[in-house]
Design a protein. Structure first.
Length: 323
């Protein structure tokens, strides 16, 4: 059920901006990073900000909920690629109001889009996984099949291929970002099929994958937040994506009405928006091998393809299945 709660005190002469996430805002993951950005914008007095969460992943239902809510707001920032199928309808219905998507690609005169280039850190995660695997098999597990997740999956696989083409990749979209029973089942299956390093892009359902890695003796590479600091026994590294900074940028532009005329990419070249946090179990020589890759991505010498057309892994599939 949709919930609306204010982050900013009332009474200030500032525009009212809603920040929307699918699922729970406090998910210890992607949404939590966006929430931190919204809170920072509220603390800086950019706008009177309210968080909208509790939305199930249903484009029609989300659209109807936001159309009803917009009477109370001057603008809205949607966090997540799910917004691509929702926000054009909302923006067209309120042509005088301002909107943005963080991690989206849909754009109109009153709808801006910002993309924190998490595919760059996913590529680095792929290189690391390929260099660290002992079994010769690595995994990728995500939930919703949305554009940012698809791009990052493709980049992870590309990173593996760049570092060690002979390594097998098991890649899965399990259909849920928030159900730990589902992610435990899928992570268990990948580990049973041989994956000893797994790159996960999950929200509230990360605990299922963490428990699977602990039980199966596999390493995990997290995303968005620095999971190495939280669970050093499980996380080999974390593919950082500063969604919070992208959200701050989007809120500032929506609040002032200065929407960019083009899609905005925020990656290594634009500042510390993405990167790879390494745990203590990563050997120094492998950490050093990553540095030329970071420089090539930052300088544009290493371009990412953005597509993946291989087979996907599902529980019960034979161990030799490849992505």
């Amino acid at each position: 059920m949709m919930r609306i709660r204010p982050l900013s005190p009332s009474g200030k002469d500032l525009p009212e901006v809603a920040v929307v996430v699918v699922g729970e805002a406090n998910d210890d993951g992607f949404n939590a990073s966006g929430l931190a950005g919204a809170q920072a914008a509220a603390d800086a007095g950019m706008a009177r900000i309210s968080i909208i969460d509790g939305l199930a992943y249903d484009a029609h239902a989300i659209t109807e909920s936001l159309l009803a809510a917009m009477a109370d707001f001057d603008g809205l920032v949607f966090i997540g690629g799910q917004g691509d199928s929702v926000m054009p309808h909302v923006a067209r219905a309120f042509g005088r109001k301002r909107f943005a998507i963080v991690q989206g690609e849909s754009r109109l005169t009153n709808l801006a889009c910002y993309d924190v280039a998490q595919e760059q850190s996913a590529f680095l995660a792929g290189c690391l996984a390929a260099w660290m695997t002992r079994s010769g098999t690595v995994g990728h597990l995500s939930g919703h099949r949305v554009r940012p997740g698809l791009k990052a999956r493709a980049a992870f696989v590309e990173g593996v291929r760049h570092a060690a083409p002979e390594v097998t990749v098991l890649t899965s979209f399990c259909g849920s970002q928030d159900d730990n029973l589902v992610t435990r089942k899928w992570a268990d299956a990948q580990i049973k099929a041989g994956a000893d390093v797994m790159f996960t892009m999950l929200n509230g359902a990360r605990a299922g994958a963490i428990n699977a890695c602990r039980a199966g003796g596999a390493w995990q590479i997290g995303n968005a937040l620095d999971w190495v600091a939280l669970h050093p026994d499980v996380f080999l590294a974390s593919a950082l994506a500063r969604i919070d900074r992208g959200v701050e940028r989007a809120i500032a532009d929506v609040a002032t009405g200065n929407l960019p005329n083009e899609s905005i990419t925020l990656g290594l070249a634009e500042g510390e928006y993405v990167g790879l946090s390494l745990g203590g179990d990563v050997p120094d020589d492998i950490a050093e091998r990553l540095q030329p890759v970071v420089r090539a991505l930052k300088g544009g010498d290493l371009a990412l393809g953005g597509d993946f057309n291989g087979a996907e892994f599902v529980p019960g599939m034979a161990a030799e299945a490849r992505g």
